[in-house]
Design a protein around this ligand. Structure first.
Ligand SMILES: O=C(CO)[C@H](O)[C@H](O)COP(=O)(O)O
Length: 224
């Protein structure tokens, strides 16, 4: 077992029958979905709300009953991954490009739990490039504004060298910041930049992080 699998399986303890569950995106969520699908196959009843096309496809393949975000009024708990998590449970997300839908699903959830392997735990955020989702119209001007601030933006591209396009048909500029001294200030700044749809700073958005280690044990970080 690796850390991602350990954390993914542990997250099953957050789920009760009858719940509506936000289903995150990524390789750690994969293990959670797989374990959840086994319970569903045994008759356990839940409803999932996906944060990406990738997750919709996995849920379909594994017969997890799904609803769209517009079809539910509340989500009991969302289980999602993260790219970096600091001691305050502030995180960077969006490495897989699903940050906008992930943040929207998280915000209508009663509880949010992240599942990560131990490599994601950091003292200060920023070594992982911060994804900023932008509308394609005039994106070069947003890039120029971010460059001027010294944020070293780089347009994300797919394996064929074309701009990477999110599920919501936007582009992503990854900011190579190396360290983020004040995530709140940076989030406010990005929130006010015209052309930016969303950014990958998730502040005060999770209450619990399950951290899986290579030996299979899982540490629980909670908000103080
Ligand atoms: O934010 C995300 C996708 O947009 C993922 O949750 C994040 O990238 C972590 O992915 P993984 O579990 O594959 O390391």
């Amino acid at each position: 077992m690796n850390g991602k699998e350990a954390a993914g399986k542990k997250a099953l303890e957050e789920i009760q029958e009858g719940m509506t569950i936000g289903l995150g995106t990524g390789s750690t969520v994969y293990f959670f979905l797989k374990a959840l699908a086994e319970k569903v196959a045994a008759g356990f009843k839940i409803t999932g709300v996906a944060t990406s096309q990738q997750t919709i496809e996995l849920a379909k393949k594994w017969n997890i009953p799904m609803r769209a975000l517009n079809e539910v009024t509340t989500i009991d708990v969302t289980i999602d991954g993260a790219d970096e998590v600091d001691p305050d449970l502030t995180g960077i997300k969006g490495g897989g490009g699903a940050l906008l839908y992930e943040k929207m699903v998280a915000k209508v959830s009663t509880r949010r739990v992240w599942i990560v392997d131990s490599s994601k735990k950091v003292e200060q955020l920023g070594a992982f490039p911060l994804p900023v989702e932008v509308i394609p119209f005039g994106w070069k001007h947003v890039e120029a504004a971010l460059s001027e601030k010294g944020y070293l933006p780089k347009l994300r591209r797919d394996s064929e060298g074309h701009p990477y396009v999110t599920d919501a048909h936007h582009y992503i500029l990854d900011l190579h910041l190396h360290s983020i001294a004040d995530p709140v200030l940076l989030a406010i700044e990005l929130d006010h930049l015209t052309g930016v749809v969303e950014h990958g700073l998730f502040i005060g958005i999770t209450e619990k992080v399950l951290v899986g280690y290579p030996d299979g044990h899982v540490e629980t970080m909670v908000k103080h």
